[in-house]
Ligand binder design. Structure first.
Ligand code: MG
Ligand code: MG
Length: 256
């Protein structure tokens, strides 16, 4: 069932959204050559705890996963697309890092992700990150009341394919509210004008996951959680939680 949120509830979701944005910004600011993924996890965990919020990825255990997720953030490096476990891996010059973070405050969830390069970036990685951010921007811009869900997927997918990038198979965005994953699914590739009508009060996590070489396929890493590109190509992930309002889409996970 799709739950529509009131303006008051959307304001509450902005508060948790800001906590998620702050946690991501702190992790990014801390990232550097020689810094471990566990260090980034600790930085994000502190921001969430200091805000009186709770992490939602920690101990999350979907039925396909071998064990509950052990981190506050997902930290996915290079050919890891999403669901990377924060480990003692130390970042190296030129690594492409995607950090995904979720939190809950006053009963409401926020979910967002960023990608960036540590140290000296290869131009291809810079382009991939920029295209992923642009795909997200276009997806958000299409999340207008009166549009359809397919307009969001078409905005993301058409752009990514035009640029020659792949889109992680079987994965996309989702509704979000009192739980992290609600209806509807938000595909990153779709036909414009199709699917559910977007109405004020609908809140969506929109999250393009682009793969550098145009491939879409993945495999599970040895840890059972991490999704890696099948070709070894690098990937980037960018996400915001977005409320559809009478005035258009409002990004809830922006830093203010
Ligand atoms: Mg996320
Ligand atoms: Mg999400």
């Amino acid at each position: 069932m799709v739950e529509l949120k009131t303006a008051t509830e959307i304001d509450a979701m902005k508060r948790v959204g800001r906590v998620v944005a702050d946690a991501l910004a702190a992790a990014r600011a801390h990232a550097g050559i020689g810094v471990s993924l566990l260090d980034l996890d600790a930085v994000a965990a502190k921001v969430i705890a200091d805000a009186g919020a709770a992490p939602v990825f920690l101990d999350y255990h979907p039925n396909w996963a071998p064990f509950p997720f052990p981190g506050v953030i997902c930290a996915s490096v290079n050919d890891a697309v999403v669901h990377g476990i924060p480990s003692d891996y130390r970042l190296r010059d030129g690594d492409l890092v995607s950090i995904d973070c979720g939190a809950k405050l006053d009963g409401w969830c926020g979910d967002a992700a960023i990608s960036f390069v540590v140290g000296t970036a290869a131009s291809a990685d810079e382009a991939l990150v920029a295209a992923t951010d642009e795909a997200l921007r276009r997806g958000i811009a299409a999340a207008q009341p009166g549009n359809r869900l397919g307009d969001v997927g078409a905005a993301i997918g058409d752009y990514a394919r035009d640029q020659g990038y792949g889109l992680l198979a079987d994965h996309g965005g989702h509704g979000i509210g009192r739980v992290m994953h609600e209806s509807p699914d938000v595909p990153n590739e779709a036909r414009a004008g199709r699917g559910m009508r977007l109405r004020p009060g609908l809140v969506l996590a929109i999250e393009p996951m682009l793969i550098a070489d145009g491939s879409d396929d993945y495999r599970h890493g040895a840890d059972g959680w991490t999704l890696q590109t099948i070709t070894g190509a690098r990937a980037a992930h960018s996400e915001h939680s977005v409320a559809i309002t009478d005035d258009g889409p409002v990004v809830l996970t922006a830093q203010h």
